[in-house]
Design a protein around this ligand. Sequence first.
Ligand code: ATP
Ligand code: MG
Length: 386
Amino acid sequence: MFTSGERWLLELMADRARSALAAATVVVVLEERGELHVQAHSGEGSISATVIPVEGSALGALYRSGQPLALERPLPDQSAWLTELGLEAEGALMQPLMIDDVPGGMIIALRQDRGFREQDLTALGAHGARLTRQLMAERNAEVERLRYGAQSRERERERWARELHDETVQGLGVLRMQLANARDSGDPAQLDVAVKEVSEGLQREITGIRHLITELRPAALDDLGLEAALDALARRAEAVYGLHVQTEVQLTPEHERDRLDAELETTVYRIVQEALNNVSRHAEASNASITISERDGTLVAVVTDDGKGLPEEKLRNNGRGATPDPRTQEGDSPVPSGGYGLPGMRERAELVGGELALESALGEGTTLRLNVPLARRPERAAEPQL
Ligand SMILES: Nc1ncnc2c1ncn2[C@@H]1O[C@H](COP(=O)(O)OP(=O)(O)OP(=O)(O)O)[C@@H](O)[C@H]1O
Ligand SMILES: [Mg+2]
């Protein structure tokens, strides 16, 4: 199966080959499970059959030959493969395409008024080689994107599991032991004290689990809106990490009344959440602030802290990290290893058409800024990205 990105790429390459060769038509045919599929068609003529079996067809025989072909004023027995496609031509060229070093298809160029020159066949071969290279690069990038998304989701789950284990399970275990010890002591006074302490402890655990649930599924976001949900995050960072967090949301009257769209609110929430997690875990900060505002049609979300600042290499990469980023160009130096938080934030920002910037100086805290142009947002996803 071809993705829409791959089809678009093939169409583009077919267009380029057609204009470079001054051909009337360029067709790209690729094999998939014993069938030849017309995957791109640029120029004149309409294709009557877009899927032709390799077995028993003239096109299949041509494909199997694995040899380039140049024809001028082809005779009917030479052009049966063209007829199968529903095309006619005065001049025809075909170059086999190698995908992953094995035959995988053909690129065909046609003219209606004259034949091609010898060097056109070589040029078509070069176009074909470029096309397959780009196709492979696109496929690898897609695989990387999928793998990368799966890894960061896995990391997120690990984090929740760790937090449930470290905070809740261990906390409850301690309370259970406290009760058991008091019971075993046989001293009613000690048991009384333990029951009181354990009941307070249980209340703390319940509050902790509530905070965790809020983070997993920010009901406050749906019910109360962005400001209240961000406030809840700030309170949790205060309760769990002792961080003092100030929140300020200043939207235009229109957005205060009608809310931002759900996908954008979720994105802002998740990015602020990860930024606050980072401040709590890495920054050694005492204070942080969350500011959401609107300026000239752009939504601006800023999270600052007064901590130790970002390591130099994180700043240089502007948050690229973790496994090599699939979006880095071939030949780029490998990015330093790190977590999934910053790259994940950047990905979320890009999905809503925005961008993320990091500013920091060692010892002078960190500022993370998200800008999302409100007018140029890509089409809304059906489901908000959680
Ligand atoms: N506010 C900050 N202050 C200081 N250092 C920071 C801050 N935010 C991030 N960092 C540094 O950048 C690194 C990368 O952050 P990132 O969120 O990508 O990964 P992580 O927090 O280490 O792991 P993960 O988010 O996957 O659990 C952190 O390990 C930390 O060294
Ligand atoms: Mg992180």
